[in-house]
Design a protein around this ligand. Sequence first.
Ligand SMILES: [Zn+2]
Length: 656
Amino acid sequence: NGYVYHWETFGDIPLVTWLDIKDWFGFEEPAGTKSQKTHSSPRVEIPYWGKYKGDLRSLDLVTVFKKLNLGCELQDADEDKFAVECPWRGEHSDTDQAWTASDTSAVIWCAKNNYPTFKCLHAHCEERSLEQLLAYAELRGVKIDDHCSEMRVWIAGRPSGDGGTPRVVLPSLGKTDSEFANEIGDVLAPKNCWFNYGEQVVTVRVIRLGDVYECFGFYPITSVEAGTNLEQYLQTGRLKRDGAGDEVFVPHSLRREAASYLLSALQLLERLPKVTRFLDTPLPILKDNKIVYPKPGYNADLKCYINPQSPVLSEIGFDDGLRLIEELLDDFCFADDQAKTNAVAKLVSPYCRGLMGWSARMPLWVFEANRERSGKDYLCELIHIVHEGRSSSHPAFENDAELRKKITSALLAGARRMHFGNIRGHVASKALEQAITSKYWEDRILGGNQNQTFPNELEFSMSANFGTTWTADLEHRMISIELFLARENPNDRRFWHPNLHQWAKERRAEILSTLAAFVGRWDTAGRPGGSAPFASFPEWARVVGGIMEACNLGTPHQPSNHGKMAGGDETTEDMKTLYRAAHEQFGSEWASKKQLYELTEQLELFSWWDLDDRKGQTSFGRAINRFNGRHLGGIVLEAGGAKNNRRYRFSLVNNA
Ligand SMILES: [Zn+2]
């Protein structure tokens, strides 16, 4: 209709190299075509090396001399120079005596990656070189090809000589992408280096999620790095005609374009070993009603990849094990015995996943403390170090959308656990509640437009100071580990092991062996179930509760008084003022609640509570009970007396 079309460019114009074009269209350099012509033209003679299928650069000429019963002695190792007995010595003028290594008139050089050289200084041998030497050997029944570690001529399926690296011809005209994918799959499958994880090609390495978090896990291979990654296991290349007209293999890296076809080829995915989970250590697994331990590396029957660097377990005495756990947790100021029992449960739980069933969920672990710097994150990370050998935590999440993204990328990487440090305010997260309880997790993957479902085997934990609140649904799915630091200055503390993380890292084998001993004791006892049920996590309560009780380690459960210590650290400053004033007014005498109300109103402290109102009094009462036993400004608060007649005393801390 006469409309004029214009070409317009927008966006970046991709830069295409000559190599890319050759790759895409599968053609050879004009030079290659020329040599093919050379081959078909009878006028041009085939070079002498064309008689051998072997690659003469890999010829072991020293052995050839030995086969010929001719002398050959190393003369100069730096030059790979050998003195040799010339095969045509009979034609020389001085052949009365037997050959000795001091006769250097004939030599060979066996340079690496190059043709060997033969040189005889005698006049008769002036025209003789490697060509004549090899022909001489062949005439006497020494097959030159047998002494070449590499073949010059391409033989399908034959690996390269240096360590037997398999060779795979890249896709081109006459070789389809699927054929290539099949071959790569067949070569890689037995090597357990590339895996099929959630229908994605992955490798195993340290994964960084965000700025600070890292774990050993599954890393999806990208098309940019696929080529170089492959070259650790095989050699890719193209077939060309050489000067003798033979088809030869020329190493050539897999380029990005072909790599992206390869990575999405079903032929490859089908052949790669399937993996569904990454385990940090060989965990006990209940199989046919027996407890078995898998081997490090890939376990085909379990579809598990177990960190090959995980420590090797050994027999450990039960009491020695208990002492070790005691030492591990000794430096922490647990609020009470239940808190410590729950911490041991946190240590034992990840080890019991193969006993609970992989899909069984576990409670949310909450490390709570009455104040900053009491070691709650340090404790959580310590337990992670025992299991993973490393630890890191995610910063607190801002909202559900952000949390969902974080969980999805953790699952994509095959992460085992997620810890959120220093949660504040009020936690109301549907995503977190779902992640704690659901056996499957569904989310949209970045860059994709379809939802993907993952088995959800993540363990969750978070840390918070007292005063942080959460929904009732979350409260019903957690186990708290409460720390209570009475001392005013956290820096005053003295530790048994100043670098406890390092100490634990060095004792991972013993600590994990202790956990194995716990499991062994439970097994011997007939695998009893735990006595405290947990509606949301029945398998966990049965197995972990059972193991803990069988080993007299207590019963893990949410403390019944949990949540009573309300209020936040924002009251600390006012409390400090009250401590000082109360000590000035009452000395070391006991004061009643009413006396404290008066003093508080007089000093205009805790202005957010109305102490004339019953509700305000209750909140104040809770806050003051929370500070029971705590030091502020060199003064310690003690609460005493019956519930309806509470009394308080503010005395100087005896630092002796
Ligand atoms: Zn000679």
